[in-house]
Structure formats: structure tokens, C-alpha cells
Design a protein around this ligand. Structure first.
Ligand code: AMP
Length: 417
């Protein structure tokens, strides 16, 4: 028989990590729902056209899309990100603005798998549609920082930039094209290809041979319209008011073509691998119109769950939650009593587990140990006939005999509840 393993770039998330993932999403939900965001669950695949708006010059679209024709002849793609889906949903449902939504779930990009880079990876994020106020930009950014704080992360650096309005961005791209083209011989082969597609992305190059040319390149700040420049100043001032530290990095362009004005990235200072960006976002004021809707401003961010957890590991924070099993029931009388007691405890909201197949007392005690439960209940023949139970603390091994009728109360007491 053939045996199978997961596809490259995908993983099974097993316990206790799986519980940590859920907790991650729960903490995020708590932070953003307190700020008035409502949950949206977009589909995992959509018409390819929705995602082409992410940018036909980005690798996400040109190289990494999981697109295919379905059995009905429709050209669809697994979502590489969720902002485009949210904007498509906005156009489809026309909710009242400001529309504040959050999401959590997997995205798919055909990338070269490595540590912190997967083909199926999870993000949590928010989007706000219909508001152009720079105070909102600052609030959205502060929300992400608050989430990191709740996780216990301290080494998160915020980089901020403005990409201007679409006219500014085009003029800046043209200036970069002139600059890099006039020094084309000094540019790496890779960046020459990038230059053809998208001059802004050359600024992203980490190749040492490109460093000097990038340092000498024209600056976005000199190409901002008055309106975009004023917006950027106001965002920075609101961030200062909110006590959010940031650095302005006018080389920050981000991978998606739809960004306008405010863009930002969160970098973990605890990660030493190549992929230290744990989240990012920005304004995308043209995207809704690009998807056939009315002119609508939008801003949001997406935070990479996988990489953020690597940062948590590096900082030794936000560990996997403890086992939910609080009591392990060891039954030497055949298992029927264990079934009854587990049912009773679970109905009372107490986590309980047991062994099966009439295993030996020793084997059951081993399972109790492995379960992580702080307590175990032991039922032998004497306890069954006497309608009692032995309640034992796993650490230290102190034990007492209690009446079966009092069992739930005694367990609660032993658990300190
Ligand atoms: P993006 O949607 O490209 O702006 O990415 C936002 C965040 O998602 C990044 O900062 C990463 O933390 C995470 N991310 C993006 N692509 C991947 C990937 N292939 N594997 C793991 N995390 C990713």
C-alpha cells in the first residue's frame, strides 16, 4: 500500500500546538471585537479575477497562485490573502460604512517552503472600509500592537511609510525606473527582472550588490502629493499621541500592488531567520473600485500566525495551553465505573478522561500521568462495593477516600474551584 505524507509547504498542526493556534485566534478575536470589529469568513477559493487585483506585477499573482479550472469550467484560485476577498464581499453586500471586519484562516501561495515560509499559512487580520481618517490608520496599527502585547511579545518593531496616491506612486515608479535603468550594469540579474515588472520592488532586494544603488535611489517622500503628505504627517502624530513607537522607513514598499498612502510592517527583533516580518498592512483606497464597487477607502493588516508563533517561541512567551483534562479516572473494575464518573464530571464542566480495554492498573496510572491531569480518581473493587472513590493528586501522590455522592464537590475543592 502506498503511504502518504503532507505536501511540501503544508503541515499537520498537532496538539499541543493546535490548541495554541486556537488560543491565538481567540486572543485576536478578543482584542478586535472589543474594538468593534465583526467576524467575516470569506470562502477559501474565488474567481481568479478577484485575486488578480492583488497586483499583476506581484509574484503572488504571477508565480504563486493556486489557480485551476473547476469542473464547471470556472477559473478559480485558492486565496493567497484575504483583503481582496473582503473588498469583493463589500461590493457584493454593500454593508453600511464604516465596515469593520476581522478574519482568521489559511491562505495559499506556491512559495519555496522553508522555516517560516509555507504554502499553506494562516493569518489573522482586520479591514475597515469607508473611512479616510488618518486617526483610523493609527488606531488600526495600535490594535495590532495591542495584540502583540497580549501575546506577551516585546520585540516587535513597527516600520511605517507612505506610498502616496496612485498618481504619486506611478510618478515615483517612473523615477525609480530611470534611476535603476541608468545604472543597469551595477544591478543584480534578479533585480533587473524585477525592474521590468515593478521598479518599487527593486527596493526590496536584499542582494548586497544592489545596496548602493538602492541607497542612492529617489525617495518616495519627495514624490508625495500634498494631500498624501499631510495624511502621513497626521498618522504619525496620532501614533505618537497613542504612544506607539515606530520608525519611518521610506524603502518599505510591501509585496502587494494595491497599497496607497499608509503602509506598515511589523518585524520581530527576536527572529534571526530571513523572514522576520510577522505582519503588515496598509491603505488600499483603490481596491474596492478596482473590483467594480464605488470609490471606497480601505485599510487593514494581516498578521502571519505561523511566524508570530515562531517569534513567541524565540521570546519564550505564549506557550501551548495546558491539557484540559483535569481528572483521569482509573477503573480496575472493568471500565463501567470510569464511564459513569467521566460522564458525571464532564456534565459538571470538569475535564475528565479514562483508559479503555481493561488495561492493568499500572498501565492506567501511566495514562493518567501522560494525560497531564492534576488529579486522578481510582476505583477498585472495595470502592465500587462501598460506593466510594479514591481521589489522588498526581503530584505528591496524597490521596483520600471520598463518598461517591460527594465526588464532584470534592474534585472541585481539590481543583481549587
Ligand atoms: P502579506 O499578506 O504578504 O502582506 O503577509 C503578511 C504576513 O503574513 C507576513 O508578514 C508573514 O508573517 C505572513 N506570511 C506571508 N506569506 C507567508 C508564507 N508563505 N508563510 C508563512 N507566513 C507568511
Amino acid at each position: 500500500m502506498p503511504s502518504f505524507a503532507t505536501s511540501p509547504g503544508t503541515r499537520d498542526i498537532l496538539a499541543p500546538d493546535s490548541a495554541r493556534w486556537r488560543q491565538f485566534q481567540q486572543v485576536f478575536a478578543d482584542v478586535v471585537e472589543t474594538a468593534g470589529f465583526a467576524h467575516i469568513i470569506p470562502p477559501m477559493f474565488e474567481d481568479l479575477g478577484v485575486f488578480l487585483r492583488v497586483g499583476e506585477s506581484t509574484e503572488i499573482v504571477t508565480k504563486e497562485m493556486y489557480d485551476f479550472e473547476d469542473k464547471g469550467g470556472r477559473r478559480v484560485a485558492l486565496r493567497p490573502e484575504q483583503t481582496a476577498s473582503v473588498c469583493r464581499a463589500y461590493v457584493e453586500h454593500r454593508p453600511v460604512t464604516p465596515w469593520k471586519v476581522w478574519y482568521a484562516g489559511p491562505n495559499f501561495r506556491y512559495e519555496k517552503p522553508q522555516q517560516g515560509r509555507y504554502r499553506q499559512f494562516d493569518q489573522v487580520g482586520v479591514e475597515v472600509l469607508g473611512v479616510d481618517d488618518p486617526q483610523l490608520d493609527a488606531e488600526v496599527i495600535a490594535l495590532a500592537m495591542e495584540f502583540y502585547r497580549r501575546l506577551g511579545l516585546v520585540g516587535v518593531q513597527l516600520s511605517l511609510n507612505s506610498l502616496g496616491d496612485s498618481g504619486d506612486r506611478d510618478r515615483y515608479a517612473a523615477a525609480l525606473r530611470v534611476h535603476f535603468s541608468s545604472h543597469i550594469d551595477a544591478l543584480s540579474g534578479e533585480s533587473r527582472v524585477t525592474l521590468e515588472r515593478n521598479p518599487l520592488r527593486v527596493l526590496d532586494s536584499k542582494r548586497p550588490e544592489d545596496g548602493a544603488l538602492i541607497a542612492a535611489a529617489p525617495r518616495m517622500a519627495d514624490h508625495l502629493s500634498d494631500a498624501a503628505a499631510a495624511h502621513f504627517v497626521a498618522v504619525q502624530s496620532s501614533l505618537r499621541d497613542a504612544g506607539v513607537a515606530f520608525v519611518v522607513d521610506d524603502r518599505l514598499v510591501r509585496g502587494l500592488d494595491y497599497y496607497r498612502r499608509t503602509t506598515f510592517e511589523f518585524v520581530s527583533t527576536s527572529l534571526t531567520a530571513a523572514h522576520t516580518a510577522i505582519g503588515g498592512g496598509g491603505r488600499y483606497d483603490g481596491l474596492v473600485a478596482d473590483l467594480g464597487g464605488p470609490d471606497t477607502p480601505g485599510i487593514g493588516f494581516a498578521l502571519g500566525l505561523d511566524r508570530t508563533l515562531l517569534a513567541c517561541d524565540a521570546e519564550g512567551v505564549f506557550g501551548a495551553p495546558l491539557s484540559r483534562v483535569e481528572v483521569f479516572v482509573v477503573d480496575a473494575t472493568g471500565g463501567g465505573e470510569a464511564g459513569l464518573i467521566c460522564g458525571q464530571l464532564r456534565a459538571a464542566g470538569i475535564g475528565a478522561d479514562r483508559a479503555y480495554e481493561q488495561r492493568s492498573m499500572k498501565a492506567q496510572m501511566k495514562s493518567a500521568d501522560r494525560s497531564g491531569a492534576p488529579l486522578c480518581i481510582i476505583i477498585g473493587d472495595d470502592e465500587r462495593t462501598g460506593n466510594t472513590a479514591i481521589l489522588r493528586t498526581m503530584e505528591g501522590g496524597s490521596q483520600q477516600t471520598v463518598q461517591r455522592d460527594d465526588l464532584v464537590m470534592q474534585v472541585r475543592r481539590a481543583l481549587g474551584r
